[in-house]
Unconditional design. Structure first.
Length: 146
């Protein structure tokens, strides 16, 4: 399906290593190109969680596009205005209460999968986050298109 405009969405979490990465991928893979997804962190770790990387590979997402980066990269550029900014962890919500280059600020709270020791359980949790974000984004799409 083709839309007259793609809507940009920035997913923000503390480390930009897992939850926000799932958001970026969900926006780019699950919304029929209605959204274009980006991600950033308030205190980026500089690495992508290995479970998130494995999911990206399994989904066919280009892993070279995934980088753990600071939200300041987007704040410092006048060209990066987003239709949506979505914090996906409570720490990021507190650190970045409002993303000012944005039309809609949302908060979707997900627990930190990094706390899960078992790799397969952590991967499963990340898949659940990915799927839930896809459902929420498609609800926004449906509301805006119909």
């Amino acid at each position: 399906m083709s839309y007259t405009k793609q809507h940009s969405v920035l997913f923000i979490c503390t480390g930009n290593s897992a939850r926000s990465i799932m958001g970026e991928m969900a926006a780019n893979l699950l919304t029929n190109e209605y959204f274009i997804g980006f991600s950033a962190g308030s205190s980026p770790t500089g690495i992508i969680n290995p479970a998130a990387l494995e999911i990206a590979k399994e989904l066919g997402y280009p892993i070279n596009r995934l980088k753990s980066k600071s939200i300041n990269i987007f704040r410092e550029s006048n060209n990066n205005k987003f239709d949506y900014a979505i914090t996906v962890c409570d720490n990021a919500k507190d650190a970045c209460p409002l993303y000012t280059n944005c039309l809609n600020n949302l908060h979707w709270s997900y627990s930190d999968p990094a706390d899960i020791v078992d790799f397969n359980e952590r991967k499963q949790k990340l898949l659940e986050i990915y799927q839930d974000i896809g459902i929420r984004l498609n609800a926004i799409l449906k509301k805006n298109v119909t």
